[in-house]
Design a protein around this ligand. Structure first.
Ligand code: ADP
Length: 143
């Protein structure tokens, strides 16, 4: 059964471009409850660890440099069928290919600077939430 949690990140371009509030409003309108959130500046080592699965891909260096270039906002979300619904809410990786009304279509600049991250499976959602938040931080707010 699909899980109720996923991990999103407003990436540095979304914050630098002043879209943080608009993006969070869009997320809430899509029916998600924000269970935990924190503004962080990732070190290069943290960005490398978060995107470990992409190590060796042609865009890995660019991705790690970009994700550690400024503040970002990881947030843990809850709603039914969270992973698939959030992926649909953010749209395709390349904003040029994203559907109208999706966050990436509305707020992203390019495939590299695409405003938001969303977990791609329940397993990765659990790993990624755990990367940024303790279970207590997520659970304490879940009432
Ligand atoms: P998604 O974030 O849509 O799940 P991927 O998991 O394929 O996409 O890639 C992770 C992130 O790596 C993307 O969100 C994007 O920031 C970056 N990325 C992927 N492909 C490219 C590319 N061809 N050029 C630059 N950056 C890329």
């Amino acid at each position: 059964m699909a899980g109720r949690r996923t991990l999103g990140i407003v990436k540095p371009d979304g914050i630098v471009n002043g879209k943080l509030g608009l993006i969070l409003a869009h997320v809430e309108r899509a029916g998600f409850k924000v269970r935990a959130a924190r503004l962080v500046r990732l070190s290069r080592a943290q960005a490398e660890a978060f995107y470990e699965v992409h190590r060796g891909r042609p865009f890995y260096e660019e991705l790690v440099t970009f994700m550690s270039s400024g503040p970002c906002l990881p947030f843990a979300l809850e709603r039914a069928d969270a992973v698939a619904t959030f992926r649909a809410t953010i749209g395709a990786t390349d904003p040029a290919e994203a559907s109208p009304g999706t966050i990436r279509k509305l707020f992203a600049e390019s495939k590299g600077r695409n405003a938001v991250h969303g977990s791609d499976s329940d397993e990765n959602a659990a790993r990624e939430i755990g990367f940024f938040f303790t279970e207590a931080e997520v659970a304490d707010l879940a009432q």
